[in-house]
Write a protein that binds this ligand. Structure first.
Ligand SMILES: [Zn+2]
Ligand SMILES: [Zn+2]
Length: 150
């Protein structure tokens, strides 16, 4: 688990931060890596490879889907991003403050979930089951998102 910077806590990632994050992991700041990581950090969303590619293309960035795929694999391998395996395609999010996830069983949308009570819940789960979540351990709450339950 890494220490969150001030801007992560505020949710205001500056454009420089993706660069810093890549360098910290010894990764070169290629344009593809910067684009993908900036999108995930700034939006705070969890996106699939296709969604990431679509968002970047819509924003006028020329990037190949295979580059998006390779980039997310690389970033996830070093922990700069993390993968959430739900019912749909794997979603990726920028790694910042520890958080949990919700996943929609219908459309596969993944969203971040955090809150003090979840820290208590994790402690209670350990008490009850002996399972101690590791640094990648998080709750994955499944259900139907607001859009799909309408
Ligand atoms: Zn996440
Ligand atoms: Zn949904």
């Amino acid at each position: 688990m890494s220490v969150a910077t001030q801007s992560e806590r505020d949710g205001t990632a500056t454009p420089d931060e993706p660069r810093v994050r890549l360098r910290q992991q010894g990764l070169r700041c290629t344009p593809g890596r910067l684009r993908v990581l900036t999108l995930l950090m700034v939006s705070g969303r969890h996106l699939s490879i296709t969604e990431t590619w679509e968002e970047l293309t819509r924003a006028g960035e020329a990037i190949h889907p295979a580059t998006v795929y390779r980039t997310l694999e690389t970033l996830t391998a070093v922990g700069v991003t993390h993968a959430v395996h739900g019912p749909g395609p794997t979603r990726y999010g920028a790694t910042g403050d520890p958080h949990h996830h919700t996943v929609c069983q219908r459309c596969g949308a993944v969203a971040a979930l955090s809150g003090e009570h979840l820290v208590e819940a994790a402690a209670r789960i350990e008490e009850l089951t002996g399972l101690r979540p590791d640094s990648s351990g998080s709750f994955l709450v499944s259900g139907r998102c607001a859009r799909c339950s309408g």
